[in-house]
Design a protein around this ligand. Structure first.
Ligand code: PMP
Length: 435
């Protein structure tokens, strides 16, 4: 490419390569502006966004209520540190989280933090203090972050763990349901009971940490009966159930929390993040007062957790996602997307399974349906082809072979149709289709 032909994106990406650490993977998109479910790049190309900044834009880029709240807060005050000066937006977020909490009856309290990983770390600290026990159980295909404890808890080695050991102690892994690959609820419960025999005494376990829909691990929703069965086993042994809703929460699956899809389960701690900040960094741990207050004053906190501007945005977000209309629209989008993707699967032998909850849907790609051999190269080719055609799409999965939809739920019908159309064309570009 000659100098005259060089795009603005290419120039920015060259600067990025010069100044940014190589370990942060490099996307091709260079953002200029974004609104709703669309992003425009620095060369004026418009993209339909099926990625949402990895699930952080469920309410759309530039959500008007969140942006207005941010503007208002910026003019009042910025960082204070909640351990130095109390401010009301923090309390207001905790009040809304209490109202929306799935963690059973009684007073609910929250702690606000900056990242999902930090929130998971704090949930584990709280569970350890509340139970007086050290061990943590995590699950196959689980993802919980990139800090020492959370990468230890995460089940995918490359790129999250390779070279980063030694890992944190007292983390044990159990099988989790993945019906498409032969693990149902029975096998998963049996597998956990085995861990209690071969790995760790259940009386030493503080908590289990599970995503209701495993996100990075491949958009794997838990079967209908599994969370309640897991909870039963937890209660038998005095283990706390931590519900990691960093990716599946904040209306991603329709209801505010994905765990609401499941009967008979009330997690002990809820971890939320990503979209709750409306584009600002904010995460939370929520639970019943007797669990949350196990930690003495001073034991929890951090300089930036619950930044006032992020809290102001979160108040607007939580009010919007709890409105019945928002949930109904999300459910409608989910039905429409599932219908389209299932129809596509009928014509595409490389689609092994379409799965998910509401509009949090994954498409698992395989070389063929009999062998179910994962097809990560195909997933990558589809993502690349989609980019060329103007759709931002992400893959995920332990095998890197799942396409995922994290489209902002404010997407218009036309944009959704256009995006799904590009997805279909991109599968064809990548060589998938009728044999
Ligand atoms: N838990 C889950 C389920 C996640 O999907 C993520 C992020 N993808 C995290 C925790 C970690 O969040 P963060 O990247 O904000 O630390």
């Amino acid at each position: 490419m000659s100098l005259q032909e060089e795009t603005a994106a290419a120039r920015v990406l060259a600067e990025r390569a010069r100044y940014v650490a190589r370990g942060v993977s490099t996307p091709r998109l260079v953002v200029a502006r974004a609104f709703g479910a669309r992003i425009e790049d620095v060369d004026g190309r418009s993209f339909i966004d099926f990625a949402g900044g990895i699930g952080c834009q469920n309410l759309g880029h530039g959500n008007p209520a969140a942006v207005a709240a941010i503007h208002e807060q910026v003019d009042l005050y910025l960082h204070q540190c909640f351990m130095v000066g109390t401010y009301e937006p923090y309390i207001e977020v905790c009040r809304l989280l209490a109202e929306l909490s799935p963690c059973g009856k009684g007073e609910q309290r929250s702690l606000l933090l900056n990242s999902g990983a930090e929130a998971i770390e704090n949930a584990v600290k709280i569970a350890r203090t509340a139970t007086g026990r050290p061990a943590v159980i995590t699950f196959d295909n689980g993802y919980h972050g990139r800090t020492l404890l959370t990468m230890t808890m995460t089940s995918k080695v490359v790129p999250y763990k390779k070279g980063f050991g030694p890992f944190a102690p007292e983390v044990y892994r159990a099988p989790s349901p993945y019906p498409y690959r032969g693990v149902g609820s029975d096998e998963a419960i049996h597998g956990l009971e085995e861990v209690f025999k071969t790995g760790v005494d259940p009386e030493s376990v503080a908590c289990v940490v599970l995503e209701p829909v495993q996100g990075e691990g491949g958009f794997i929703p838990m079967p209908a009966d599994y969370p309640a069965r897991l909870q039963e086993l937890c209660r038998k042994h005095g283990i706390l159930y931590v519900d990691d809703e960093v990716q599946s929460g904040c209306a991603r699956t329709g209801p505010v929390w994905a765990i609401e899809h499941y009967e008979g389960v009330e997690p002990d701690l809820l971890v939320s993040g990503k979209s709750i900040g409306g584009g600002m960094p904010l995460t939370a741990v929520t639970g019943r007062a007797e669990v949350m207050d196990a930690v003495d004053p001073g034991g929890l906190g951090g300089t930036f957790g619950g930044n006032p501007v992020a809290c102001a945005a979160a108040v607007a977000v939580l009010e919007e996602v709890s409105a019945p209309e928002f949930r109904a629209r999300a459910a409608e989008l989910g039905d429409r997307m599932r219908g389209r993707l299932e129809a596509l699967a009928e014509r595409t032998p490389q689609i092994g399974e379409v799965r998910g909850l509401g509009p949090m849907l994954g498409v698992e790609l395989v070389t063929d349906r009999d062998s179910k051999t994962p097809a990560p190269e195909l997933a990558k080719a589809v993502v690349d082809a989609a980019f060329e055609r103007g759709l931002l799409l992400l893959s995920c999965g332990t095998y890197g072979n799942v396409l995922r939809t994290l489209v902002p739920l404010v997407v218009t019908d036309e944009e959704l149709e256009q995006g799904l159309g590009i997805l279909e064309e991109s599968l064809a570009d990548a060589g998938a289709g009728a044999a």
